[in-house]
Design a protein around this ligand. Sequence first.
Ligand code: ADP
Ligand code: MG
Length: 697
Amino acid sequence: MSDAGNLADQPITALKGVGDKFAQVLAKLHIASVQDLLFHLPLRYQDRTRVVPLAALLPGVDAVIEGEVRAADVVFGRRRSLVVRLQDGSGTITLRFFHFTAAQKNRFARGVRLRCYGEARRGASGLELYHPETEIVGEETSPQPDTLTPVYPLTEGVSQIRLRGLMHQALEMLERGGVEELLSVELLPRDMDYPLAGALRYLHQPPAGADLAQLAEGMHPAQQRLALEELLAHHLSLLELRRENSAVSAPPLPANAALERDFLSRLPFALTGAQQRVCTEIAADLATARPMMRLLQGDVGAGKTLVAALAALKAIGSGAQVAVMAPTEILAEQHRRNFCGWLEPLGIGVAQLTGSLKTAERRTQLAAVAGGEAQLVVGTHALFQPEVVFHNLALVIIDEQHRFGVRQRLELREKGAADASGGRLQPHQLIMTATPIPRTLAMSAFADLDCSVIDELPPGRQPINTVAISNERREEVMQRVQGAVAEGRQAYWVCTLIEESETLQAQAAETTASELAETLQDVRIALVHGRLKPDEKERVMNAFKAGEVDLLVATTVIEVGVDVPNASLMIIENPERLGLAQLHQLRGRVGRGSIASHCVLLYGTPLSQNGRARLQALRSHSDGFAIAEEDLRLRGPGEILGTRQTGEIQHRVADLQRDAHLLPQVQRIASAPTLGQRERQRLVARWLQNRPRFAEA
Ligand code: ADP
Ligand code: MG
């Protein structure tokens, strides 16, 4: 390949018709080079390669049709529309236009031959095409293409036609080489041995007759070949991150046995075996001058907070500071109380930084952090802000990791303490998650982290008895709440909505709360949702904790971490709307004390087959890891690494759920000695240059 031919080095302006201004528009699609353009793949395809006889048209499918106009009339129905009857040798069909001009109507004269492209839908008169593209046959009909027509993702200022034109040029350049093959055939799985250039060509111009369904699913070998390469590139970049990480220094934090003994002797219980084992792993990391990057996984209620406290004591015992970061104010507040309760008796100062602090209070807290009087600071995202200056930060603990992006993880590095020569030491990081990540996913998506797992719950926990009940039996469920409260127990009633809008969620919860208040007698009901002011939220949570509230009606804001042991009944409305992992999290709010706990999944009818399977999975498994595996198998939308993982890795071709089966291959190739250093670097550059590695959270 000639150097001039390397399309990664050819700026997009090398194409005819692309000036600096248009290049800026393309930059919004992360296209800077000709190679980037070639990696900008179609979202879907149109089949314009053949004319479909009218009798063979299927509803819901785009198609080209051709026929003679039999009539064109303006019809005054509910909406004025132009209705054109088209006929071919096999049958007739209706074209319907709600927006049209007189000139258009006149074009569709009786006897004219029309070629149309559009999606047939069932309408008033059988199959109809709404606003199809139309062309009069004979005038200057464009030639029928012999490949499928790609439909690309666009941005303002770029049209399909223009992008297709550019792609033509780029594909011509590709014919002459210019996209380097970085994976040798031996490295590729046999069913994917597609040369990269061949895969790109195929995906931009699939031949007539290509398997559209397979392409739509992203399962064509050409797509899989690219997905594999992309996943590999991400994996390699994380491995690189890990390598870089081991090259920087962190303050070594040896154990302070006396302090830890003092701490443990005040606890009303002993550590579980799993907690002990994980603490030993963490201690070994902290004792070295290499920054710890450890993911601590443990099922809901496994006791991660305590492990975090023991890690914190190592830093504090060495005279350094600890930051504990939580995803929500409710959780930050809970951690603050826990840590205060545990650490203040040992003479350790605990500060708090959340977005809702009043200015004066905030100033006091900031000063305590900067001056070092606070050895531990608990907070939310507010901990990231530039005006937060630490005295000597040595350990960062991030709770419920899935809410934080990898990017933020990297930013935290900048907050470390200075070393003797004035250089920055990177703090150790402990990342805790209760959303278990199946092993293969974890190894790829978090390849820059070491993993510890707490695989044992504290003793005496009663399993949560989970039942699924149709919403038609809502009355019964309410009576059950009444009964539980009469026995002195507390309950959660969780309202779910698919909409991310906090306002709508809050409204739904308010409606439910008043309905429950009307039905249930002598039950003290309170409401908590994302629209409440932080101090209001705190007041409600405290009242619930103190047992002054019997029934807490909540949105999914209570999903993570909240710990009220006396709460032993949870009703989850419309559980079919949530992912399994999220449901498992929610359910984990009960079963924290020694009383038997119950979770009622109050589902809406009718329940889809997948919905049924997912609720069943939740009923039959209590172990978060088993549920996560099941989740991956059932692949509901947006689960595990789905919508809740904004802030995580962004892919162009690959889809971590769809392509999870490729991950073992990815790991195999990444560890193959035959994959050279240069190839590794080029793979990362090819897939990760010019784009944010991680989405903004
Ligand atoms: P999670 O892992 O979900 O964050 P928490 O740290 O909130 O769990 O712990 C859940 C509950 O279990 C807390 O009330 C905590 O005090 C208690 N706990 C933690 N470790 C133990 C243990 N070894 N024995 C008994 N109870 C424990
Ligand atoms: Mg927790």
